[in-house]
Design a protein around this ligand. Structure first.
Ligand code: FUB
Length: 480
């Protein structure tokens, strides 16, 4: 957030509105809740539920600074319809703190949920990182430490100790990144989640970092999404911000900047979290779009996030509708489980219609029907007969199963008559050995199994019905 707005510190607030609130169904649109103002969302998926932890903006319409005293929780089982669980932590959760319930994030470990918060600790300096702990995603949460986890007295801490993001790697090591005023910092966390493990480091490569980091991992690659406020492709003025992102092959970097994933929003601040839920990727962020909203009266929004085949992210399309309902375990066919090598492959085809997109086949979309173009569609109209799509990897992959969700636009593109799977054996394309039937059913995943092949190229050969063309919404290729 722009430095000019940090000048005035808020008076300590006392009256805290704690916890138990009956769940209230919210509506399916952006912002996801408009009965009060919410900011700094942090999504967390537990089972079939996405929780969003968010601060509450209570500034008056004429307010010129933040008034934030509590953190709220919302949840959804379809990413479209939200339930408000009320305030599950407040400044009072931290007896040593006095004001400013700023950005937070919850990280699970060992059946407990650790809620890392930015809060004014009444000590030297201004903001600290606190941590509360609860036995469920909805708490109840209590102070886990009796004092700040990170403060101005932490060696090499940020110029402003706010905006924690906590990430746990596959080996169980947890990391915390945080910091405002262009000062990003990182450290390992001990397995107790309430102590730093070793020195605070200053990560490199997070170009134009301003604040609000969010870390996640996808297909072996680490991602850091963060707010920047430069005017070099990010925001129209440094009073506003965008979300840039960087990737790394190890959790403490070095990072490689990749570009802007979320453009400027209608509030000056820009704060986001990224999560995979029911097979699709979402970005949860805030703007000023609720009625009466503003820079200190922000509201949380959710939109779909798409990855390209090379792992880069497409720039988010900010909507007022929010994503379509994507329920888990009902209402839609879930993709088969396993390690899908499709997104890491380069796709090619014998033909793609200019208005369709080959990127559809491996962009990780989860169609709700064969007519669902929400995640793009590959089609080869007006070509007929046998066409193909292919995946290529830079080195051999061992594959023993594919699953295809066919596209049917009810016009010139129909379900195919037949299909078969081939691979490059080093000198020719040949049928994969022992393949089971290549299914052509609509509105579902058609899975074909075969004896594992080690190859750099896998091909799906598709033969149309007479007089029709064919298409694919998603093609999954599973590591054996
Ligand atoms: O909500 C207060 C502060 O504004 C957050 O900590 C920053 O990330 C920015 O969104």
């Amino acid at each position: 957030m722009p430095a000019t707005r940090w000048a005035a510190r808020l008076a300590a607030t006392a009256a805290l509105v704690a916890g138990a609130v009956v769940a209230i169904p919210a509506h399916a649109a952006n912002p996801i809740i408009t009965s009060y103002y919410t900011a700094d969302p942090a999504p967390l998926v537990v089972g079939n539920t996405m929780y969003v932890y968010a601060g509450r903006d209570e500034a008056a319409a004429s307010g010129s600074n933040f008034l934030m005293r509590e953190w709220r929780v919302l949840s959804s089982t379809d990413a479209a319809t939200w339930t408000d669980h009320g305030a599950k932590a407040t400044i009072g959760t931290f007896p040593w703190a006095g004001a400013d319930a700023w950005a937070s994030e919850v990280e699970p470990r060992g059946g407990k949920y650790y809620w890392y918060t930015s809060v004014n600790g009444n000590g030297a300096g201004w903001m600290d990182i606190g941590v509360a702990v609860g036995d469920s995603p909805l708490g109840p949460f209590t102070d886990a430490k009796g004092g700040p986890l990170i403060s101005d007295s932490t060696p090499n801490s940020s110029g402003l100790n706010i905006d924690p993001t906590v990430f746990t790697d596959d080996d169980g090591q947890a990391y915390i990144y945080w910091g405002g005023y262009w000062g990003v910092r990182a450290a390992k966390l001990k397995s107790n989640m309430v102590e730093l493990d070793g020195a605070v480091v200053t990560p490199t490569g997070l170009t134009d970092y301003w604040e609000a980091p969010w870390m996640f991992k996808r297909e072996g690659l680490y991602y850091m999404v963060y707010a920047a406020n430069d005017t070099n492709g990010c925001a129209t003025s440094s009073s506003y911000a965008c979300q840039r992102y960087a990737t790394a092959t190890s959790p403490l970097g070095p990072w490689t900047h990749r570009g802007v994933v979320l453009g400027q929003v209608s509030s000056t601040t820009n704060h986001a979290g990224v999560v995979q839920f029911n097979g699709q990727w979402y970005i949860v962020y805030h703007n000023a779009n609720a009625p009466g909203g503003g820079n200190f009266r922000r509201s949380v929004a959710v939109d779909r996030l798409y990855f390209n085949a090379d792992g880069t992210m497409q720039k988010v399309v900010q909507t007022t509708t929010g994503p379509p309902s994507n329920p888990g375990g009902g209402g839609g066919t879930q993709p088969p489980s396993g390690t899908n090598l499709g997104p890491s492959a380069t796709a090619s085809t014998s033909y793609v219609s200019t208005w369709e997109s080959l990127a559809a086949v491996n962009n990780g979309g989860v169609p709700t029907s064969s007519a669902d173009r929400a995640n793009l569609a590959y089609g080869n109209w007006p070509e007929q007969g046998t066409q193909w799509v292919e995946y290529a990897w830079p080195s051999s992959r061992s594959v023993n199963r594919v699953s295809t969700y066919w596209f049917d636009d009810g016009q010139g593109i129909d379900l195919p008559a037949s299909c078969r799977v081939q691979y490059w054996n080093g000198s020719a394309y040949v049928a994969v050995p022992g393949q089971s039937a290549c299914g052509v059913a609509g509105d579902t995943y058609n899975t074909t199994t075969f004896t594992a092949v080690s190859t750099t190229r896998l091909r799906l050969e598709i033969t149309s019905k007479s007089g029709l063309s064919t298409g694919v919404l998603e093609w999954l290729a599973f590591q054996s």
